[in-house]
Design a protein. Structure first.
Length: 349
């Protein structure tokens, strides 16, 4: 009753509840509703009931998912679980949260592609990763349970970024605050980035042709992961950057790239999920929830537009990753060659 009353304005609630004197049970009786608006009230009430049912369904779905928060004290334990499940659940949807974009390079650039990559490089080299989300699934979209009664999603919280010492984009950090990220807790209990890089390197999910990375517009995501894995600044050129991606992440499905083959689809991840009727579980702008939404959207896209198979569409274009350019990376273990005499245009063979 309390839930329904909280959801409905009193004037539109066509029933009342009264306490019986002999027991703690409650009885439902009709409220008088003026005839001229009763139909409208009932329609609104039915609509609210429908919405409540949807919310209860969402609650059940949320209750079946566990976003496992990873901190410094349980990092190795969680990586042990990941090593155990990666062979059975080789699709890895990934999302990151970082301090935004604070730099724009100055100088002369051959084209917009070079400018956008240099923007990515400058920001990733300077800034620090805040959060990483990983969602593992199998070919059919099933998630691991890791011996529990819930499906598991991982959210890694890093310690290096400091709101008092580091530069950041104000709107990005405010958005993350509103989404519930506790920067003080990250500083105190978060993961050491170097240790994470070591464990990621030995986890079996990188440098592995059998692992399929699922992303959405992921240039910055891969940039931050490469920074952790190599402990170096990003390569000076896009070609070097994409070569590193192909080394560490041999098979990539970028949803932004896949959308090019679907005429009716457009927009960012949230818009695409809405178009495909994929519901979010968890909090928007937290990496665990975003990676899960990426995984679910990929599965729905695959079923709805690609007949269940996206193998020949693996890859991405730099325009899908970093807002510009003509690079196209397709398939595992391949080399980059020019498409035409223009050295800025490449593809994989």
């Amino acid at each position: 009753k309390q839930t329904l009353k909280n959801l409905c304005p009193k004037i539109f609630f066509p029933f009342s509840f009264r306490q019986t004197t002999k027991s703690n049970s409650r009885l439902c009786e009709s409220n008088p509703v003026p005839g001229e608006i009763s139909q409208k009230n009932i329609q609104i009430y039915v609509s609210v009931l429908y919405d409540l049912g949807r919310r209860m369904s969402d609650y059940i779905k949320n209750d079946s998912i566990q976003i496992r928060e990873v901190w410094c004290d349980n990092l190795e334990e969680e990586f042990n679980l990941i090593r155990e499940i990666v062979d059975e659940y080789p699709y890895v949807a990934m999302d990151t949260e970082f301090p935004g974009i604070v730099l724009r390079p100055i100088g002369n650039f051959k084209n917009s592609s070079e400018f956008h990559y240099q923007t990515l490089k400058a920001n990733v080299d300077m800034l620090k990763l805040i959060q990483l989300g990983l969602t593992f699934s199998d070919e059919d979209g099933n998630l691991p349970t890791c011996g529990t009664d819930k499906c598991c999603v991982w959210q890694f919280n890093f310690r290096e970024f400091s709101v008092s010492d580091d530069v950041f984009a104000n709107d990005s950090i405010e958005l993350l605050r509103e989404s519930g990220i506790d920067f003080k807790k990250n500083n105190e209990n978060g993961i050491d980035a170097h240790l994470f890089g070591e464990l990621l390197m030995s986890s079996g999910i990188v440098l592995n042709d059998n692992v399929h990375w699922v992303t959405f517009h992921s240039g910055y995501d891969f940039g931050y992961l490469l920074k952790l894995l190599t402990r170096k600044t990003l390569p000076d050129t896009q070609v070097g950057f994409f070569n590193l991606i192909k080394t560490f992440f041999p098979t990539v499905y970028d949803i932004k790239h896949l959308m090019k083959f679907c005429n009716s689809l457009h927009g960012g991840l949230n818009k695409l999920a809405e178009l495909l009727e994929v519901e979010r579980i968890g909090i928007c702008h937290q990496a665990g929830s975003d990676s899960l939404l990426t995984a679910c959207t990929f599965r729905k896209l695959k079923e709805s537009y690609f007949g269940g198979s996206t193998e020949k569409y693996s890859g991405f274009q730099s325009s899908d990753l970093i807002f510009g350019g003509m690079y196209q990376i397709l398939g595992p273990k391949t080399g980059i060659v020019p498409l035409d005499p223009d050295p800025i245009t490449w593809r994989i063979r």
